[in-house]
Design a protein around this ligand. Structure first.
Ligand code: NAX
Length: 327
């Protein structure tokens, strides 16, 4: 039997936190045989709410859950973390410019990066969920020079899962018939869900749908799904986001299936013309606890244009946080 894994969750009292913690504690993050120690980070005013969630966690009597600790100090919360889920972030509020948003998040992700560098376990794996996720991951990474850069990732798995679901519904196939879907670029409206390498029962997806649906329905539906959820539910996606975070880490630790890949935002090594160092979504496989970018895919002009546009946005965000002295 494996020893316990310490999982730190930030923004633990938020709505994603509420959907996430119970699944971590029930064994869905790492596997049904892996005991878990939870460490929750919240801002001081939300500590009481986090205590309430911890009471409910206790009331589940989860066999795998060994402990729950709560703190408002990153140096305490990331102590010994093997997995760090950075969910808490500063949302964009009315009238806020992008620069203000990036600066406010710099104030969160810089100290968290420093704390991870100082006190997390040597094998720490970091997933940033809080938006703007890719650039927040870049900020945290910049302040954790002793942690290998590739351990900082950002979440595009929700976009990936949304795209699979939309395609499955269009072609009236089960989601399990779909393999090798890719989300490229930024977790934002510029993201590019690519069907040109996706296989549906072994055949290329883009050849099974008409071009107008792909361009005018599929791509915008996936990219704007978050807004559609807010419109319908009156609150942003939480359970599906938590589910995607679980999927991202489970895949990272346990690997992708033979003959398939997934999407994750990981530091670019320059593949597919994405500038080195940008944390961009790619087609990735996972093996032995490491993500690798799938190599050798042919990118046609249609895809190239969309990948370039999303990557250009990531470059602008990087330049902006650099200009603010955050990286
Ligand atoms: P909530 O506002 O419900 O919860 C956020 C929590 O973070 C709050 O409890 C807040 O007190 C806490 N927090 C704020 N600053 C903190 C800090 N410095 N340290 C620790 N905790 C802190 O938001 P929720 O709906 O849970 O969403 C969380 C984040 O996920 C948002 O940034 C949201 O934009 C982002 N999302 C990212 C997605 C993705 O696919 N990458 C999809 C879902 C979601 O929109």
């Amino acid at each position: 039997v494996q020893g316990p894994v310490t999982v730190t969750v930030t923004g633990a009292a938020g709505q994603i936190g509420y959907a996430l913690l119970f699944r971590i504690a029930s064994g869905h993050l790492l596997g049904p045989d892996v005991p878990v120690k939870l460490r929750l980070l919240e801002i001081t005013p939300a500590l009481k709410a986090a205590e309430g969630t911890a009471m409910e966690l206790a009331d589940c009597a989860f066999p795998l859950l060994q402990s729950v600790d709560i703190s408002d100090d990153p140096r305490v919360a990331f102590d010994g973390a093997n997995v760090a889920l950075l969910v808490g972030a500063r949302p964009r509020t009315k009238g806020m410019e992008r620069g203000d948003l990036l600066e406010a998040n710099g104030g969160i992700f810089k100290p968290q990066g420093e704390a991870i560098n100082a006190v997390a376990a040597d094998d720490v794996k970091v997933l940033v969920v809080g938006n703007p996720a890719n650039t927040n991951a870049l900020i945290a990474q910049a302040h954790a020079p002793d942690v290998p850069a590739e351990r900082f990732t950002a979440m595009t798995r929700l976009d990936h899962n949304r795209a699979i679901s939309q395609l499955a519904s269009k072609l009236e196939v089960p989601v399990t018939a779909i393999k090798k879907l890719t989300i490229w670029g930024n977790h934002s409206a510029t993201q590019y869900p690519d069907l040109f390498h996706t296989e549906v029962n072994g055949k290329i997806a883009a050849e099974q749908v008409d071009e107008a649906w792909l361009k005018d329905t599929f791509i915008p539906t996936v990219a704007k799904r978050g807004a559609a959820i807010i419109e319908a539910r009156g609150a942003s996606s939480a359970a599906s986001a938590a589910n995607a975070a679980i999927d991202h880490v489970f895949t990272w630790v346990n690997g992708t299936a033979e003959g398939d890949w997934t999407s994750a935002a990981i530091p670019s090594d320059g593949s597919y013309g994405v500038p080195e160092g940008l944390i961009s979504s790619f087609p990735v496989t996972a093996k032995d606890g490491k993500f690798s970018i799938v190599q050798g895919l042919e990118i046609d002009a249609f895809s190239r244009e969309r990948i370039d546009a999303s990557v250009a946005e990531l470059g602008e965000e990087r330049d902006a946080v650099r200009g603010l002295g955050l990286i």
